[in-house]
Ligand binder design. Sequence first.
Ligand code: HEM
Length: 425
Amino acid sequence: MFGGTDAVVEALRQDNSGIGAKPYSGSNVHPGRRLLRNQILFFSDAFSKSSLDELVPRFVQSLKTWCEASDEIGTEWVEKSDLYEFVRDVLFDCNVDSFFGKSLRALNPNLSADFWEYDDNIGFLATPKPRWLNRRAVLAMERCHAAMKRWRKNAVDESAKRTISDDAAWDPAWGLGAIRRRNKLLDATEGLFDEHNRGSIDLALLWSLTSNVIPASFWYLFEVLSSEGLLARAVKEIEKQKQNDPDTNDPVLDSTERTTTPLLEAIYAETVRLHVITLITRTVKKSYSVEGWILPQNQNVIVSSQIEHMSRQWDSPDGKHPSSEFWPDRFLLPESSDTIDEEEKFSLEGRQGQWIPFGLGEHMCPGRHFAKQEMIISFAVLTHFFEFELLTPPGWRPDNDLSRYGFGTQQPKQKVPFRVRRRTS
Ligand code: HEM
């Protein structure tokens, strides 16, 4: 998928040491080649508090700057052919700049177009089919890989010119300081990560960062716009957050506390329930029996989130809201039964193993908290600056395009025409 050499694939296959600080007993992998452990170490650095304190405000600022500067959208309605493309193109740039720094796009002006062509073909690239069956897919991947190498070479050259404290959360050449620090882990892999394979691991990072959360942010905005009365409820909740902070008049929800309001979280949980389809893969370590089935040791198993997310367990108790409907209120419970002015709280109570858009257990997605913030912030900022109206029939929703089945968030199958104008107050 990311253009790494066979040696990397083989090293991943050989890594039976687990993710813990101590390798599993019986594993004899070279300490520098504990690739899954390295991934955990990198992501706990990249999503540490000090790193997020750098990343999230940068993302917000980047999106605000785009909204303020976009002179194509004035106070008169402008019709556009596809809301997904609109959201995708804006968020990709903001994501990339706030994670990798500005040089990645500056050095590769065609990155966004190349990346989405590559991502559209990820299903093909993930299989061992002969590459000549889809040359365009391979060429798109190669262009993205070359872009990451160009960025890395520039970062290495720039780093040689200045000294940055080793624990700095941000490095102008590398973006997040964690990305520069990851080089130490790569250096210790006994030559496995040469320049080519470093380009691949950088491409893997770019793909993880953008390919799921961007379509999910589109669905968040789309579902709110298309559900009667929901936009007003969501905007009211955002306004309440702003009033909690008298110092700012901004649309900014730049901290975890301010994005975790019950309704905004419920919309997020419902969005990923309906639009994320992931195949969670595991190997059975010890023979196990479940409801009369035996899972023998070493058996590979796959669980589809779609089966869990679309099952009748999600129908509302009164039968009015089936699992196929977008209805965020299924995640809202009364805060306490003895208050008159009942507040609601967001709850996943009793949903363990039923709500699994980010997987579960020790391999659960390390980017999930950031993904939630990005989805909610993107919605808050875009609707603060702009008014959106769907030009689609009431109640219509595009299908999930199942060509990315198993890879996470599905893209919309049909285009979503809309109109947009700048808010004046
Ligand atoms: C809406 C957005 C996202 C969705 C739906 C999503 C979903 C998933 C799922 C289902 C898994 C597999 C979990 C398992 O096997 O139990 C996963 C793993 C992973 N995700 Fe995400 N993800 C999202 C965003 C992100 C972001 C923003 C990043 C980081 C920049 C990220 C990085 C990763 C990594 C590195 C893994 C592999 C973890 C491991 O195997 O230990 N994801 N993600």
